[in-house]
Design a protein around this ligand. Sequence first.
Ligand code: CMX
Ligand code: CO
Length: 152
Amino acid sequence: MTGTPSGWRPPLLTRIDHVGIACRDLAVTIAFYESTFGLVVVSREVNEEQGVSEAMLHVADAPAGRSYVQLLEPLGPDTPVGRFLARHGEGIHHVGYGVTDISAALASIGATGVRLLDARPRHGSMGASIAFLHPKDVGGVLTELVQAAGPG
Ligand code: CMX
Ligand code: CO
């Protein structure tokens, strides 16, 4: 396609911020990603609100900001990742996309009819603001919006 279609607006999603991967044992999975792919852990956090113990492994510095692999071990069975592991086993849990203004992005996406799991942004990894979209309204993909803390 050439030229700029009429009604064009800048994309809401600016990069793939991270791929979220559910695992049973965070330490074992980190060791696998380090030894197999040479990735480096840049953050480890426990997020009680999300019910996870997690690690961010740096992958790339894209023009619109950094991208990561996010490894997630549930804090218990009655959490989003705990329920996912019970039903599906280990694997890809969600995709996180970068946005520049998460409140504006939520308003715009919500107006299309996609259900917002978080009407307001919550606390995410490394000081980011995050919000989730319902997987049933995004073709079966649990989708996270991420506004990184600070520049990028
Ligand atoms: N991807 C795609 N579909 C998913 C899913 C996922 N990760 N998790 C659950 N589903 C589907 C299930 O397959 C199920 O589908 P069916 O009804 O067709 O069987 C349906 O959603 C409901 O599943 P459930 O077992 O009842 O799961 P929950 O009660 O956990 O609800 C969801 C699902 C998405 C609303 C919930 O997991 C949620 O609110 N997630 C957002 C928060 C989160 O995931 N936090 C952890 C990551 C934190 C971070 O990235 O920082
Ligand atoms: Co995430």
